[in-house]
Design a protein around this ligand. Structure first.
Ligand code: ATP
Length: 355
């Protein structure tokens, strides 16, 4: 498996762009470690597929280099890069049996038949395709075909990396959950370098040990699920990860407190910003406590979602969301307290370090 280095990658489709915003990828400069499971997460159009295709060789970048284990592969074809790919829709041979479809990538490389059989059987067991092994792929359903595609991506163990582009879109919700945890298991067992594109945060957070959050052609943060939750580097990360996302409120710094409207909120550290600077305060709904004491808030709506309640309220003239446990009390004259440990401050959308 390979360490993947992305060196000053930029990409524009068509002609060279005249403005920075014409780039589908603006500047990607990172190293992803050998054996890492990375999820590329972001909204539609943020550049996930473009980046994946640049890694696989389906797309040549306008600028920059890609290295596998320190070797420049920018000019190499997908095949020369020796990677496995799984796309959103099945790529299989309809006229072959399920077994032969799975065996194909191995036989193609001259793997001895006993080894082919051992690996194919493992994959058949993992994907639950046992009953269909001898059947032609043609007659199978879309999600069974996609399982074959997934299996073909996983069957070889000599690839530099396995790249997945929203591979579970056509799989039914229960099987999606099963396959996702099996992928995670396989990763732990064999240490594949995996890059997985998705716009579904649950999928990204359960699959990856590092989530790469992309926004408007840039990587805004690479972190563990906990880091993305607790310390979002950019307000977009706070908003995009979590349900509901982070509350972002305009604020002014005043020493080791901040003011939001007329309310003063204590911080546990002094922020490294000029006194009186206009910034934004980010706090996740889980870090706001609703009770009988604290700052004024007006409750607008309570959404009961089973395990917890989401309270929509107005605080200092701005809408906020608060998460309350299922059995949590919501007093008629409710007040709020902000947990200082859950507060992040942002200047121009980027997180300000606390002193
Ligand atoms: P999605 O989740 O919808 O697949 P994405 O995050 O994968 O989105 P990309 O498909 O990489 O995003 O697209 C990034 C930007 O590049 C978008 O603005 C898109 O319109 C543009 N783009 C993608 N492919 C092409 C192409 N072949 N020609 C021109 N522009 C393209």
């Amino acid at each position: 498996m390979a360490r993947i280095t992305l060196e000053h990658i930029r990409h524009a489709y068509g002609l060279r762009p005249s403005r920075p915003n014409d780039y589908a990828l603006k500047e990607v400069h990172h190293e992803w470690k050998d054996g890492g499971a990375y999820a590329l997460l972001g909204p539609s159009g943020c550049g996930k597929t473009t980046l994946l295709n640049i890694i696989s060789g389906l797309q040549h970048p306008s600028e920059g280099r890609i290295l596998f284990n320190g070797r420049d592969v920018t000019e190499l074809s997908t095949q020369q890069r020796n990677i496995a790919q799984v796309f959103q829709f099945p790529v299989i041979y309809d006229t072959m049996t399920v077994y032969d479809n799975l065996a194909f990538p191995l036989r193609n490389r001259g793997v001895p038949e006993a080894e082919v059989d051992r690996r194919v059987r493992d994959i058949i067991e993992m994907t639950g395709l046992g009953d269909w092994a001898k059947k032609k792929a043609r007659g199978l359903t879309a999600d069974q075909k996609q399982k074959i595609s997934l299996g073909r991506g996983l069957v070889r163990n000599d690839v530099n990396a396995i790249l997945f582009d929203e591979p579970l879109t056509v799989i039914d919700p229960h099987m999606k959950w099963v396959l996702r945890s099996q992928l995670k298991q396989l990763h732990r067992q064999f240490g594949y370098t995996m890059v997985y594109v998705t716009h579904d945060q649950t999928e990204a957070l359960t699959f990856a040990d590092k989530v790469v959050v992309m926004y408007e052609g840039e990587i805004v943060q690479i972190g563990t699920p906990a880091e993305l939750f607790e310390r979002p580097k950019h307000t977009f990360v706070g908003y995009f990860i979590g349900s509901p996302g982070m509350n972002v409120l305009p604020a002014d710094v005043d020493g080791s407190t901040v003011k939001v409207g007329n309310e003063t909120i204590a911080l546990d550290h002094k922020p490294r910003v000029a006194l009186g600077a206009s910034i934004e305060l980010g706090i996740r709904p889980e870090f706001i406590a609703l009770g009988r004491q604290g700052m004024s808030v007006s409750i607008r709506k309570v959404e009961d979602i089973g395990r917890q309640k989401i309270v929509r309220a107005e605080f200092a003239g701005k809408p906020i969301a608060i998460v309350v446990p299922e059995d949590g009390e919501i007093p008629a004259e409710a007040k709020v307290r902000f947990d200082p440990a859950g507060i992040n401050l942002y200047a121009d959308s980027w997180r300000v370090e606390l002193g």
